[in-house]
Design a protein around this ligand. Structure first.
Ligand code: SF4
Ligand code: SF4
Length: 204
């Protein structure tokens, strides 16, 4: 049984309860949302890694990746070797009006050329502007967060190991050259002095 005015009392009770609760409304755009680090906002293209293998375009369920390329002949690496051909990227675009943010293209890319960026503020008034061409996709790369740190017990990634090996080799080569130069100067101080004098005389 309900008495007159009970509905109003219930309504006021709900209002009072809600008034004392903490607000969950985000005041966007005055306050930026606190996004998870791996948020799927937009896709960035690291063009240097792309070999135009077309895997991403083939696997995209929405067919919204557009790639154009042509072949170029590269001279042999060593004399007597064979000429090789390589793909050169002419166009790489993603239509974000069609994209469903499934992430398949990023997952399947064997060369780490595509990355998620948490940027989401790219709404457009013209739908055609939602097709981002390679220059725009490259710009998004600046907003891609750093990958999480490796587990201390993890194996060193082979790319880092190879880069470190190359840097060590170069440093050793430079050190050997510097040592050889020092040795040469110690063994022939007079020759070096004469050379310096000759240079000075030529200058005057
Ligand atoms: S996220 Fe999915 S839908 Fe969007 S471009 Fe990549 S594969 Fe296509
Ligand atoms: S899968 Fe990766 S490497 Fe292959 S075309 Fe797509 S972005 Fe380029």
């Amino acid at each position: 049984m309900s008495f007159p005015g009970s509905g109003l009392a219930k309504g006021l009770a709900v209002t009072l309860r809600t008034m004392t609760k903490r607000s969950v409304t985000a005041q966007y755009p005055d306050v930026q949302p606190d996004l998870a680090p791996r948020t799927r906002g937009v896709i960035g293209l690291f063009e240097e890694n792309c070999t135009v293998c077309m895997l991403c375009a083939r696997e995209c369920p929405d067919w919204c990746i557009y790639i154009d390329s042509h072949k170029e002949t590269v001279p042999p690496a060593a004399p007597g070797g064979r000429e090789r051909s390589r793909n050169v990227l002419d166009r790489f675009a993603i239509d974000f009006a069609l994209c469903m943010y499934c992430g398949i293209c990023i997952e399947v890319c064997p060369f780490d050329a595509l990355f998620w960026s948490p940027e989401f503020e790219y709404a457009e008034t013209d739908i055609h502007d939602l097709t981002h061409e390679r220059d725009k996709l490259r710009e998004w790369m600046w907003t891609v967060p750093e990958p999480p740190a490796l587990d201390p017990a993890a194996e060193e990634p082979k790319e880092i190991a190879a880069a470190r090996k190359a840097a060590d080799k170069l440093a050793a080569q430079q050190a050997a050259e510097a040592a050889a130069q020092n040795e040469n100067q110690t063994e022939n101080p007079n020759q070096n002095q004469n050379q310096a004098q000759d240079t000075e005389e030529e200058g005057t």
